[in-house]
Ligand binder design. Structure first.
Ligand code: TRP
Length: 473
């Protein structure tokens, strides 16, 4: 395979465009919606610390690996893995890694779109002023009424899928680059305004302590798996999204530096979101562990009480929708790119097909919050006792498919790809280069071993919580 090959879908205009697009993929509902609620459910500080360790030791090295596979393969993940395996004289079964990524992306987008639909609905609700002076109970009951109505959820989910697929059909570059360029800075500004509000609540230090003061008695093995799974989820790793974006990356751009920048920005947004949400939770007597509705029950209180709240609140939810939208595009791009490459379909046709499939899968999530809220298909297994279809989809993708995908990516890049190739991709000419060696240790040993141990422990075979407790007290 020639290294001068370029992707048939086009290329980013440069390093900055790739950083924007990959950050657009990484920063999304995972940071602002999911991170706070799973942190709340898993007791705070210890969970956050484990999450941060996973980002640094597993997430960043695997992100580098995934970008590298994409840039080297220059195609959709399925075809890239097929050719790269051939190039490395490895088994042709590696292409199934591409397949499992495509499926994970569709499954994730199916519920992601429903939640993005909530954010879309909240743009209009906030703008209409319903949250002015709202109390904690009021915000909770407004949210409860909303998700109890399957027709509303379906309508917003449908609208969000249509918006997403419109962009995907046009190709991910032009529009996406422009949108993210304006989105990221504005999102940061509004988060900082909200942070200012949270800092004046009186419960700020309690919120910060909840986030940053680790108490290892509060975290379970299942919590460690959730933290690790979320590191993959929030960085968009393990299913080929970053690989497909990497395939549009010009040569010359430093994979290491860009990966670190993306991970830092993503983490910053998540931590700031946490610092906004938890002071509001404590100041209003809400429950940190109240689940997927957490931000929809807390932020309206802030918007209902702060000066200019209607304006800032509306803007916030608009930005959240944008952030979700730039992430959604990357969830479905591997599937669409594959249909275009292998079946010769136009982008428009491929987008419609994949969009309809995902939209239908989304019905499972829509119904999980109302008509089917008592349908718990795996309740005979103790960890899934209370899991709705939405919970199961989330668990299957974030806690199982992404870590396994990431593990296989690490194994492929660490053990199967030729060393000359990884060195060339990282632009390293000396095999004892320090950074290169650290990265090698992380992808070859640390990341795979960590994923396996956390899995074994979450299934009860090996007790890592005792190890953590022994080290951190
Ligand atoms: N990272 C995004 C978020 O945090 C979601 C996302 C986009 C994603 N693409 C992905 C998650 C690929 C896993 C895999 O909101």
């Amino acid at each position: 395979m020639s290294t001068s090959r370029t992707s048939m879908h086009g290329e980013w205009s440069g390093r900055f465009a790739f950083i924007l697009a990959a950050t657009g993929s990484a920063v999304g509902l995972g940071n602002i919606w999911k991170f706070p609620y799973i942190t709340g459910e898993n007791g705070g500080g210890a969970f956050v610390l484990i999450y941060l360790i996973c980002i640094a030791c597993i997430g960043i090295p695997i992100m580098m690996a995934e970008v590298m596979l994409g840039r080297r393969g220059r195609q959709s993940p399925i075809n890239a893995m097929r050719d790269l395996a051939e190039e490395a004289d490895a088994s042709k079964y590696w292409k199934y890694l591409g397949w499992s990524g495509v499926i994970a992306g569709l499954l994730i987008l199916s519920y992601y779109s429903v939640i993005a639909g909530w954010a879309l609905a909240y743009v209009f609700r906030t703008a209409s002023g319903v949250f002015t002076d709202v109390t904690g109970d009021g915000a909770r009951s407004l949210f409860g009424q909303f998700i109890a109505d399957p027709e509303k959820l379906l309508a917003w989910h449908t609208l969000f899928m249509v918006i997403t697929m419109t962009v995907v059909a046009r190709g991910v570059k032009g529009g996406l680059e422009k949108a993210v360029r304006f989105l990221m800075p504005t999102l940061l500004v509004i988060l900082i305004i909200l942070l200012g509000y949270a800092m004046n609540l009186g419960e700020f230090s309690r919120g910060a302590e909840f986030l940053f003061n680790p108490d290892f008695s509060k975290i379970s093995a299942a919590g460690v798996l959730t933290a690790m799974g979320h590191a993959f989820f929030t960085l968009s790793l393990g299913m080929g999204a970053i690989m497909v974006y990497g395939s549009y990356l010009p040569r010359k751009v430093s994979i290491a530096k860009t990966s670190i920048i993306i991970a830092l920005m993503d983490t910053l947004v998540a931590l700031v979101a946490g610092l906004i949400i938890f002071p509001i939770v404590f100041a209003n007597g809400l429950e940190p562990g109240s689940g997927p509705g957490l931000i929809f029950q807390t932020l309206p209180i802030a918007f209902g009480h702060m000066p200019g709240g209607t304006f800032f609140g509306t803007l916030f939810f608009i930005l959240l929708v944008f952030a979700a939208w730039t992430s959604s595009i990357s969830l479905i791009e591997p599937a669409v790119a594959w249909l275009v490459e292998n079946r010769g379909h136009t982008r428009i046709y491929a987008s419609v097909v994949m969009g309809v499939v995902t939209w239908m899968l989304g019905l499972l999530t829509v119904l999980s919050f109302n008509l089917w809220s008592d349908f718990k298909p795996l309740s005979s297994i103790s960890i899934f006792e209370n899991s709705t279809m939405f919970d199961l989809l989330d668990y299957l993708t974030a806690n199982i498919m992404l870590p396994i995908g990431g593990l296989l990516i690490a194994v492929f890049v660490g053990w199967i790809m030729k060393r000359e190739i990884t060195m060339a991709e990282l632009d390293i000419h000396n095999p004892i280069h320090k950074g290169y060696r650290v990265w090698q240790i992380l992808v070859k040993y640390v990341a795979p071993v960590a994923v396996v141990i956390v899995f074994l422990k979450a299934t009860g075979i090996f007790d890592i919580a005792t190890v953590f407790k022994a080290i951190f007290g």
